[in-house]
Design a protein around this ligand. Structure first.
Ligand code: ADP
Ligand code: GLC
Length: 493
């Protein structure tokens, strides 16, 4: 049977390089697609972190004089998951210290339009069979603004594969000065309202939406929200026009990477059958972070980018009140300096009760998920969110604001939902400190009722968050873009 071939375009991929959930999705979704028979290959920029971590690279193609870009090569290797990975080796654009988007001082790289323009350009070349490779994708699947121009470049070409575009976060748009239209060798007439012009700038994100044959986002609820004024970030008009082609597919999680019974980062493993490891992890974390070692005090955690989106300012605001309940709090994150400083000063003011770690630490994030009793995600908006899944799987009921994917994946705990077996956390509406406080209080009160708390924890842990269902939904979108209805035989490709 002919396999559907998909090129998955992304700017980060776990476990090689990660700043957020996009990396987790890019690591896990392609692997899940391969399991259901899709021949998916991933393309990423060749950051030093990526090139150094793969065992062997093979040169697949060479681009010595691509108009507008420095010389580069396309390299190929295979991820541990078995997914073939292509990296663009372009030392002039990628070979430097710092992160994928920001330099060591936290400023955007000034040449980001070129860095990600090249990712889109090479992906489009692959998408119209313009390399010596015998592998030609049937569909090109771009993710977030960094991949947004792929559809525009494909639109210029003849016989190009259709592009699918997934929005992981509409707040990041990749808007740049209009001069980049020419510098990136796109046709001047693409700079129009019916094209990539967005309030006087050229927008990678808008291009993704405009030129994508189908647009997905990472939860059904967010798919609705972004078509409204409040969370549309200026793109709502275009998204409304494209509404028939917009759908939400809820993220899954990598259930091998996030498995409390086998997690390589955990000192103690546990499962619904034996939860003693969870209590031991709590004790170990309390010791590690200098918190008072006491299994009776509920431990509330947050692991997150520290930005306005994530609403940790509210958690910081109510922390002194929460500590009195008592609750212990642990926060791991990086981001806005003011928020980092506030977290650090709470840690200084409340030793033994409040721990703040500023930085990005994958291992610690797993240990916190396993050790904590409850997990806070008071996001102002959240396209999907992944930590609420990880929390549930680790028996750490999440406390979430009712928005985006959080509303789609957490069911508020009431006596009714606890009884009917659907409860999976605590959900609050109305983004205020008092509402967040009230929901933490509800969690703490339930924590004091061990039988009910154990039931809630178990209900969380037995939920199925694997990627399979969502991978099938993506397959349906790919087939639709090719004019094939799902369920029919992909032999017809
Ligand atoms: P977003 O992509 O908007 O940041 P998600 O909830 O989708 O939000 O994904 C965030 C991912 O990044 C999760 O896997 C989370 O555990 C991880 N993460 C965020 N901040 C940190 C940190 N400081 N250290 C380790 N992991 C982090
Ligand atoms: C984005 C969103 C987050 C989502 C992630 C993966 O970073 O902010 O909600 O889970 O992408 O899709």
């Amino acid at each position: 049977m002919a396999e559907l071939k998909v090129l998955f375009v992304t700017s980060e991929i776990a476990p090689l390089i990660k700043t957020g959930g996009l990396a987790d999705v890019s690591g896990a979704l392609p692997a899940a697609l391969r399991k259901i028979g899709v021949d998916v290959r991933v393309i990423v920029p060749g950051y030093p972190q990526i090139l150094a971590q793969m065992e062997s690279w093979e040169e697949l193609a060479n681009f010595p004089d691509l108009a507008g870009f420095p010389p580069c090569r396309l390299l190929g290797s295979t991820m541990e998951s078995g997914v073939p990975l292509m990296a663009i080796d372009c030392p002039a654009l990628y070979q430097r210290d710092g992160g994928p988007y920001l330099d060591a001082q936290g400023h955007d790289w000034s040449d980001n339009p070129l860095r990600f323009g090249l990712l889109c350009r090479i992906s489009a070349i692959l998408g119209c069979g313009g390399t010596p490779l015998s592998w030609h994708p049937d569909v090109v699947h771009g993710n977030d603004w960094q991949a947004g121009l792929t559809g525009a470049y494909l639109d210029v070409a003849q016989d190009a594969a259709p592009s699918i575009f997934t929005i992981h976060n509409l707040a990041f748009q990749g808007n740049f000065e209009p001069e980049y239209v020419a510098r990136l060798h796109l046709p001047e007439h693409f700079y129009a309202i019916d094209g990539l012009e967005f309030y006087g700038r050229m927008s990678f994100l808008k291009a993704g939406i405009y030129y994508g044959k189908h647009i997905t986002t990472v939860s059904p609820n967010y798919a609705r929200e972004i078509q409204g004024d409040e969370l549309g970030f200026g793109m709502q008009g275009l998204l409304q026009v494209r509404t028939k082609d917009v759908s939400g597919i809820l993220n899954g999680i990598d259930t091998d990477e996030w498995n409390p019974a086998a997690d390589k980062y955990l000192p103690f493993h546990f499962s619904t059958r034996n939860m003693t490891g969870k209590a031991k992890n709590k004790r170990a974390l309390q010791e590690l972070l200098g918190l008072q070692v006491n299994e009776d005090i509920p431990l509330l955690a947050a692991v997150s980018r520290m930005t306005h989106q994530k609403g940790l300012d509210l958690l910081i605001e109510i922390s002194p009140r929460l500590l009195e309940l008592p609750v212990q709090i642990v926060m791991l994150g990086t981001g806005e300096k003011a928020m980092q400083d506030q977290a650090l000063s709470l840690a200084a003011r409340y030793p033994g009760k409040f721990a703040a770690m500023i930085g990005f630490d994958e291992g610690l994030s797993h240990q916190i998920e396993a050790a904590a009793d409850m997990f806070a995600m008071p996001s102002r908006f959240e396209p999907c969110g992944l930590n609420q899944f990880y929390s549930q799987r680790y028996g750490t009921p999440p406390i979430v604001h009712s928005t985006g994917g959080l509303a789609d994946s957490v069911t508020d705990c009431t006596s009714q939902t606890l009884k009917d077996g659907t409860a999976s956390g605590f959900v609050f509406s109305g983004m205020t400190a008092d509402n967040l406080y009230a929901s933490v209080l509800r969690a703490v009160e339930l924590y004091r009722k061990p039988v009910q708390w154990k039931r809630l924890r178990k209900l969380c842990m037995i939920k199925d968050f694997s990627w399979e269902t969502s991978a099938r939904a993506y397959l349906g979108v790919y087939l639709k873009a090719l004019g094939i209805e799902s369920g029919s035989d992909s032999d017809k490709l």
